[in-house]
Design a protein around this ligand. Structure first.
Ligand code: UT7
Length: 324
């Protein structure tokens, strides 16, 4: 017998304000045609003035808890993956915990930028499998609109705001890939690639929040290689092939990256959940938002094998295999 972290429910929240490519092209030197052709993005959601990452996280978390039929006060662990916290400290997860009226249990943020959901899932899974907690609310939430240089067309068109949440509980499994729950996680980083994707500010450097800076072409090149590699290691670790996977739920950075990765892996496009057209890149929120989209429209069903992968600033990258 093995303890598994079973994803009991998913929830999501997107700010109501939608900004189309057409609208962006009125304020920055770009076109709907360029953005769609190079990225697949048609629109993004942008948080309202005063709407914070914790607001988004709490809304997504509330939906996930309601769907699981679990009360906030019964959650043992609150984790938020974010690179855009409300404050330098305390953690956004502490605000989420307070909103659900739970005291005394651990709450903390995980910072791995766009890989935050895979990193955080790995952390939560380890807490559950080693018996330290029985339940967790784990949320990827971002307000990247706050750290964009809205005059830099090479980055500001790419990102959006949103939050996706999962509840996880400890269940006993057989220790085989037939079990429900997280089956494996694989994490990587290479800090020497810092300058290719970073934010040019921070508490101890500039005392400002800073803006996203990216060498897009270089990031793209690394992404396709790293993502395919980390998917292959997940398949090998579980002794399965890509045909055993029901759904690839990738981090949503660029439709061309999704297509290239799918092609490299020989997974048909209709087994890949795509939301980048509607959400743009929501960093740590993009995988749980895509997961929620697939569950909500009935494509991802209980028992399905889901493979998640992401790559982001750091560089960080990784994958997670789970049976829903
Ligand atoms: O989630 C974290 C990971 N992030 C990523 O995975 C992002 C990875 N990178 C990418 O998605 C792509 O590299 C981008 C979408 C960022 C850029 O696409 P690209 O095909 O690599 O374009 P490029 O950077 O090579 O730029 C091509 C041209 C340049 O003009 P010149 O130098 O050829 O005259 C840019 O100045 O496109 C220009 N350009 C734009 N034109 C219109 C850059 N941004 C824009 C824009 N509108 N928004």
């Amino acid at each position: 017998m093995t303890t598994r972290s079973v994803i009991r429910s998913v929830g999501s929240y997107l700010p109501s304000n939608i900004v189309t490519n057409e609208e962006l092209s009125k304020t920055v030197d770009t076109t709907d045609e360029w953005i769609q052709e190079r990225t697949g993005i048609k629109q993004r959601h942008v948080a309202a003035d005063g709407e914070t990452t914790s607001d988004l996280a709490i809304a997504a978390g509330r939906q996930a808890l309601e769907r699981a039929g679990i009360k906030g006060e019964d959650i043992d662990l609150f984790v938020v993956a974010t690179a855009t916290p409300d404050h330098t400290f305390p953690a956004t997860a502490a605000k989420v915990q307070a909103a659900f009226g739970r005291r005394g249990v651990p709450s903390f943020d995980v910072q791995a930028v766009c890989s935050g959901f895979v990193y955080g899932l790995s952390v939560v899974d380890n807490f559950i499998r080693c018996g330290q907690v029985k339940s967790a609310l784990f949320i990827g939430a971002e307000t990247f609109s706050r750290i964009l240089d809205w005059e830099d067309r090479s980055t500001c068109v790419l990102f959006g705001d949103g939050a996706g949440a999962v509840t996880l509980t400890a269940e006993e499994g057989e220790g085989t890939i037939a079990d429900r729950g997280v089956l494996s996680t694989h994490l990587h980083s290479d800090g020497s690639q810092h300058d290719l994707l970073y934010v040019d500010g921070g508490a101890s450097s500039t005392q400002t929040t800073g803006h996203v800076r990216m060498e897009g072409r270089e990031v793209f090149r690394h992404a396709v290689v790293n993502l395919a590699d980390t998917v292959k290691e997940a398949l090998a670790a579980n002794d399965i092939t890509i045909d055993d996977v029901d759904w690839l739920v990738p981090h949503q950075a660029n439709k061309r990256i999704l297509d290239s990765t799918a092609k490299k892996l020989r997974i048909p496009n209709d087994k890949v959940i795509v939301t980048v057209d509607r959400h743009a890149n929501t960093s740590a929120a993009s995988i749980p938002l895509a997961l929620a989209a697939g569950v909500d429209d009935g494509r991802i069903k209980p028992g399905h094998m889901v493979l998640m992968e992401a790559m982001g600033g750091g560089f960080t990258w990784g994958s997670a295999l789970a049976r829903m």
